[in-house]
Write a protein of this length. Structure first.
Lengths: 272, 359
């Protein structure tokens, strides 16, 4: 070997270049499959025609009609309020549950671990029915509260799992160092552990928010007319017939989701 | 300000495993004490019980005369430097150092002053705004030290704090820590498995093995007068030989080694009415020469192997009777006649350099 510097300027063998090309092509195909439907959906929200198949000119009319549609806006508001409340509750429950299971050894910990995982894999239709029966037999009337309870039941385990994964990678000496420096167990958790868990809490919280935001089935079983969420309203409208107003609504959703994703990426970069 | 630590009949069991077995230990105020032993010997558990992270199964722990056995870590007048440093990643260097003061509710102005002093003390001035991930291993180590010292603990606990540093930095930090401890007059309890580290820094060393303290004394005592075979072997090198009582002579005891070699040792060290005992001989105490030597014990040997180590020559000697001994000779001058494998040599050994040890 005359010089090791040569390796940095080595050309790739042709076999590798072919492989790179195939991988690149495959990646492009995956992205087309993922995003073309969304692009089409957004494009047709500007379509002057009532039909989704024919392009007959540009208009912002559908956005105006979304803005003028009282019930739709109220549903969006419901969705936002329910998603925010259930996210906060899921984050609190999931984070404290994860800490409890991670930090303390107690009888039945394994059982609790398994029980919290079940709502993640249980069919939503079963969740919906069982919650409905439970609320009915408990004498609770359906509305905001029951929807929030329903959403928290299936979304807090996602926070719990994310936080647990982070806790496993955390140096156990961090808590001891805080205690050693005079922090009570609560202060050690709040001032040291929680900040270290922030990326997992944010990720779990976003997960909980998006799960609640687009949830249909559990909500369907646990809501009443006044607490109808956006997915419920949209589902109702789609039964009557699709119109570009739904496209316009979806375009707003896409924009909002993209903003949330970009924001969380920004937060994560700040944390580093 | 600094205080002593007492462990009174402390036992710690984890399930069926006994990590610390009825240990009593008295650490004087202001001394640098090292708990030295192999991994899993219980030394870290002892430290964790002083810090309050583990509670003794039985026994009591006192700091400065006050019983702290039942106190949680955040109420004890001790602070610890962790092996992993355990710096809080979301806080700056200054905020890390100030964490303890914040918990104590020290006023902002005073806290800022003490933080600056502590950072200065560990030579990190100017790095207060950095985050832990922007620091080198040695710098993290210093932050961990400052974070503990700023609280002015009565006792500073150090859990293998130098083990993650490279050899050169480790040596520098050993001396620095020792100087710091002298200057502050603070009680340091240091845990390590590195015997050289222990000898370099400690006022006194407790050799820990299988949850018990094998020997407790100054570095000199432990090295020159090991009490047990384990202590002799763990600190430095030792020839451990079975010796059989032959007879008492004036002021000495004559013993016979397994290879037939007869040696004399100080009578005071030989336990009365003992027929057999284990003795320890440090390799460098055997004076090896091609010329006849003067000592209470003189014997001939053949050099079986010679390993040149620069400043020192490691020799494996075989006596005519077949006893094998490790010896170390200083390479004093290139002009002197060197000793090589196969040479016949004279060996001298002072009676006081034979130490009787418990098995």
């Amino acid at each position: 070997m005359p010089s090791s510097d040569a390796s940095s300027t080595l050309r790739l063998p042709s076999g590798l270049r072919t492989r790179d090309f195939l991988i690149g092509g495959w990646t492009a195909l995956v992205f087309v499959f993922l995003y073309v439907p969304i692009i089409v959906l957004v494009a047709y929200s500007f379509n002057a025609s009532r039909l989704n198949v024919l392009w007959s000119g540009f208009t912002l009319d559908w956005y105006v009609r979304v803005w003028d549609n009282g019930p739709l806006l109220r549903a969006a508001q419901n969705s936002l309020v329910i998603a925010c409340i259930s996210t906060v509750l899921s984050v609190v429950l999931g984070t404290s549950g994860a800490w409890l299971l991670h930090r303390y050894r107690f009888r039945g910990a394994g059982g609790i671990q398994t029980l919290t995982a079940i709502p993640m894999v249980m069919p939503e239709i079963l969740m919906g029915i069982s919650l409905l029966i439970f609320f009915a037999s408990a004498g609770l009337s359906l509305g905001f509260a029951t929807v929030v309870i329903g959403h928290v039941t299936f979304s807090f385990p996602f926070v719990l799992v994310a936080v647990q994964a982070r806790l496993r990678g955390l140096d156990p000496a961090l808590e001891e160092a805080a205690l050693d420096l005079g922090a009570t167990p609560f202060k050690a958790f709040w001032l040291v552990i929680v900040p270290c868990l922030r990326p997992a809490i944010v990720a779990g919280g976003l997960m909980a928010f998006s799960l609640s935001w687009d949830e249909l089935i559990v909500t369907f079983f646990t809501t009443n007319a006044s607490a109808a969420t956006l997915p419920i309203r949209v589902f109702g409208m789609a039964k009557v017939g699709l119109n570009p107003m739904l496209n316009a609504l979806s375009a707003i959703f896409v924009l909002a989701t993209a903003a949330v994703v970009l924001f969380s990426a920004y937060v994560r970069r700040l944390a580093r | 300000m600094s205080a002593g630590v007492e462990l009174c009949n402390v036992t710690k069991r984890f399930g069926a495993m006994t990590a610390v077995d009825n240990v009593s230990l008295r650490i004087e105020p202001g001394e640098f004490l090292t708990l030295l032993g192999p991994s899993g010997c219980g030394k870290t558990t002892m430290l964790r019980m002083i810090a309050g992270f583990d509670v003794p199964t039985s026994g009591a722990i006192r700091v400065g005369g006050e019983d702290v056995t039942a106190l949680p870590p955040y109420r004890r007048p001790v602070n610890q430097v962790f092996q992993s440093y355990a710096l809080f990643p979301h806080l700056s260097v200054a905020e890390n150092v100030g964490f303890g003061l914040r918990m104590q509710g020290v006023a902002k102005g005073e806290a800022a002053e003490r933080i600056a002093q502590a950072i200065e003390l560990v030579s990190l001035a100017g790095l207060g705004e950095r985050r832990p991930h922007q620091l080198s291993g040695g710098q993290k180590q210093r932050v961990a030290l400052a974070r503990a010292l700023v609280c002015r603990p009565k006792v500073l606990l150090l859990d293998e704090p130098l083990s993650a540093l490279d050899a050169k930095l480790r040596h520098a930090m050993q001396l620095e820590l020792k100087q710091l401890q002298r200057r502050l007059g603070m009680t340091f309890v240091f845990v390590t498995h590195d015997q050289e580290e222990a000898l370099t820094m400690s006022d006194r060393i407790a050799i820990v093995n299988r949850g018990r303290i094998e020997q407790f004394g100054s570095a000199h005592e432990i090295y020159h007068r090991p009490a047990t075979a384990f202590a002799a072997d763990f600190v430095g090198q030792a020839n451990l030989l079975e010796a059989e009582f032959v007879r008492r002579e004036n002021g000495t005891v004559r013993v016979k080694l397994s290879g037939g070699l007869e040696l004399v040792l100080s009578a005071a060290t030989w336990p009365d009415d003992t027929a057999k005992a284990l003795i320890s001989i440090r390799p460098e105490k055997i004076h090896v020469s091609k010329q006849p030597v003067q000592a209470e014990n003189v014997f001939a040997a053949r050099v079986e192997e010679e390993v040149f180590k620069g400043a020192l020559d490691h020799l494996i000697l075989v006596t005519p009777g077949g006893a094998r001994l490790n010896a170390v000779a200083a390479n004093e001058s290139a002009l002197l006649e060197a000793i090589h494998a196969g040479d016949q040599v004279f060996c001298g050994l002072h009676a006081s350099d034979l130490v009787v040890v418990r098995a």
